[in-house]
Design a protein around this ligand. Structure first.
Ligand code: PXL
Length: 268
């Protein structure tokens, strides 16, 4: 069984963060390990607090896991502080040759900052050159490229800008907030491909970025090529939205385990 690693924050409501990532890995038949960068305090009603763990804990955890459970792929999510970006960059500099997917988590959908301003600068300078994939939503793509990104055309221009600056980086930009919610793949091979989306009307939208990036990493680790992996990851999210059941009073989780069992079916 292949081992994969998520380096991300903890969301006690389990819609996003490491617990969500682990569910997605499990649904793809992978064994997930996790390294928590920050504890968030939140429910489906929004994030009310964030508490980064110390960079030493993250450094020790990564070293400890590496010796015993070397991952076949790494997904990176919420990093919270500039110190955490440094620790993860140092780890990636020493550990190369496996797919690494960065979900550049900057803010929660309730508007809470999940990476400091200094952290954003270092993520752009030091982390982007070290990863194979980045999966920004429209806002994140805008911040990474110093542009306003609200349309398909702006997405394409910003994605091209990012690819020019980082030739070894595959970009999967997510347009889930657009009326026509298409994603855009710009691959290292020079491929530019729109992945058609369909709007799913639901309030269960919490953690879609985490689900997309961990589904993408899962496909890459399973040996699927870039274009098919991106398409399958997008379909995983769409299906997780379509099959979500109402949980909590706010923006509920998606159905992270739909591939294992449709949660709307009676338990057996
Ligand atoms: O969806 C962004 C995100 C990522 N990671 C963690 C989060 C959130 C949003 O709330 O809590 C831990």
């Amino acid at each position: 069984m292949k081992v994969v690693l998520t380096i991300a924050g903890f969301d006690p409501s389990s819609g996003a963060g490491v617990t969500a990532d682990l569910m997605v890995f499990a649904a793809h038949g992978l064994y997930g390990c996790s390294c928590i960068t920050a504890l968030t305090v939140q429910s489906t009603l929004g994030v009310v607090g964030t508490h980064p763990v110390t960079p030493e804990i993250v450094r020790e955890t990564l070293g400890c896991l590496l010796d015993d459970l070397p991952p076949a792929g790494i997904k990176i999510g919420m990093l919270a502080t500039v110190e955490m970006v440094v620790v993860v960059a140092e780890f990636l500099e020493r550990y190369r040759g496996i797919p690494v997917v960065l979900d550049p988590v900057l803010r929660s959908s309730s508007g809470r900052e999940l990476l400091s301003a200094e952290g954003v600068i270092l993520l752009r300078e030091r982390l982007l050159p070290l990863v194979d994939w980045v999966t920004p939503n429209l806002d994140e793509l805008g911040v990474l490229t110093d542009r306003v990104v609200t349309t398909h055309e702006q997405m394409l221009a910003a994605g091209r800008g990012l690819r020019e600056r980082f030739p070894r980086l595959n970009v999967l930009a997510t347009g889930g907030h657009l009326d026509q919610p298409d994603d855009l793949l710009l691959s290292v091979e020079g491929e530019e491909h729109w992945i058609k989306g369909e709007a799913v009307i639901t309030t269960s939208t919490h953690g879609t970025g985490c689900v997309l990036s961990s589904a993408l990493l899962s496909q890459l680790v399973l040996g699927v090529g870039p274009r098919e992996a991106a398409g399958k990851a997008k379909r995983y999210v769409t299906e997780a939205l379509r099959r979500a059941v109402p949980i909590g009073h706010g923006r509920g989780p998606t159905n992270l385990l739909w591939r294992l069992r449709d949660a709307t079916e009676p338990h057996v």
